[in-house]
Ligand binder design. Sequence first.
Ligand SMILES: Cc1cc2nc3c(=O)[nH]c(=O)nc-3n(C[C@H](O)[C@H](O)[C@H](O)COP(=O)(O)OP(=O)(O)OC[C@H]3O[C@@H](n4cnc5c(N)ncnc54)[C@H](O)[C@@H]3O)c2cc1C
Length: 493
Amino acid sequence: MPSSKLRIPYDSPLFIIFAVVTAVWYSNSAGFHTFPRLTHHGEDALGSYIGQEHPHLRRTFTTGRCLVLRSRDVLLDPPTPMISQELEIQILGWTRTPFAISGGGHALNPGFSSTTGIHVSMSGFDTLEWHKDENTIDIGAGLRWDHVFDYLNPEGYTVVGGRVRGVGVAGFILGGGLSFKTNQLGLTIDTLKSCEVVLPNGTFVRASHDENPDLFFGLKGGFNNFGIVTKFTLGVYPQTDIWGGTVILAEKDIGGAHDAVVKFADTVTDPKATLNIIYEYAEGELNAIVILFYDAPSPPPGLFDELLSIPNGKVTAASMSFATLLSAGQPRNTPRRIQDVAPVQKYTPKLLDSIANETKHWGSFLEKNHSGHFFDYVVEVFLPTYYSHGTESAWPPSRDPASVHYPVNIAFAWYEKAHDQAVWDALKASVAKLRADAEAEGQRIENAELYPNLVIEGTPLERMYGKNLPRLRALRDVYDPERVMDLTGGWRF
Ligand SMILES: Cc1cc2nc3c(=O)[nH]c(=O)nc-3n(C[C@H](O)[C@H](O)[C@H](O)COP(=O)(O)OP(=O)(O)OC[C@H]3O[C@@H](n4cnc5c(N)ncnc54)[C@H](O)[C@@H]3O)c2cc1C
């Protein structure tokens, strides 16, 4: 066992970073799941690398005392060939300053996975290990869903994961996870078997239904409040080709689709079927894209007929591999983007009209006046049973059928910083309008427990975690009594 030369203070973010490195080394080498205080070269030794052309230094940054290292090269004492080759840590600072953990980096809230302090990128945690006998897969916390699907799908298997390429597994899972499989199998956290976590005190633990079940509860929806997750083990499920399609509607035809959409949402019972609609305003035009998905090479006769025959809809539908469908929704790059959620208990033609109107209203206003780029309102249609597949979790705080609602996910993208406040205000106003419209229809959404992966920064924690919040805070006091994780961005218990 390496010997300790210098101890980094317990509450230093660096402590956690080193702990991650060491934990992975132990887990990869000897199969230990706990270890005494980590050992490393220490601050002086690491500091001495700064400014030198150390052969292991992969990149230096021009501002501040920043460097990017491969962990095996610097952090262990003695350096050992046993350290995981895949592990890479980025350190973008060297003080007890705020730090950020990023998985895929897709959180749209400022500072959730970015920082001017120390940046812990999980990108080096990129291994996949499929346990065929157990129908599970270990997924490194730095991977994106594409990696997982590209690995499993050609073999005829899948996980309950993302719906477009590029999104990270870590934040997606730690926030809940809405998937094309959610009607059948639940949220991604409902298929989570275990996690490996480095706690703020440097202890490396597993959390599962049987091991540290309280921590497991907290991680399922609780993001980075309890430490850094290095590995997720998810259930693996068979995957055939799927049937998918889009019906694209120009502005004048959108209203004509709403009866068919509502009828589908009200009557569908087949959990293999899902429906989303993206209302989008961009470059002076409003369009709607109805996205149809069926989890088999072809849907039952008649299931989507009314949607496929919406007047003037441009239909593209085919049987395809799941990976092909995933590629259809490439995320777009925009310098500035925020999102928020309007909760809905039931879609009605009037409410869908209102969503379309909001898209056009704010899209044209912000495009004209505030450097707007594109404006999406994504209507999610799930079965009312979609919360019913899992056991208790940080989010959703209640799985009672009466608590079920659907998120309308609203994302605004624009270019110039000078317009941040105007766009922010517009988004808030639009969410308020849609909530008011739903409430005017008698929908009980005042206490809807909002999906933390999609809501805007500043949303009170009670609005997401509801009755679970006291329990989560008590759990935080157990696992992070020194409040180390308060130095990171994200939802802070
Ligand atoms: C284009 C796009 C499509 C999306 N599609 C869906 C969808 O279909 N379904 C859905 O449910 N959501 C979807 N989302 C939302 C998505 O789930 C969240 O943005 C999610 O947090 C992204 O995960 P990430 O790892 O990429 O994020 P990051 O920004 O890297 O992380 C998000 C949060 O998790 C924390 N975190 C990351 N890694 C770790 C770790 N290893 N340990 C502890 N904490 C960590 C971060 O600190 C941060 O607070 C989508 C978002 C985008 C932008």
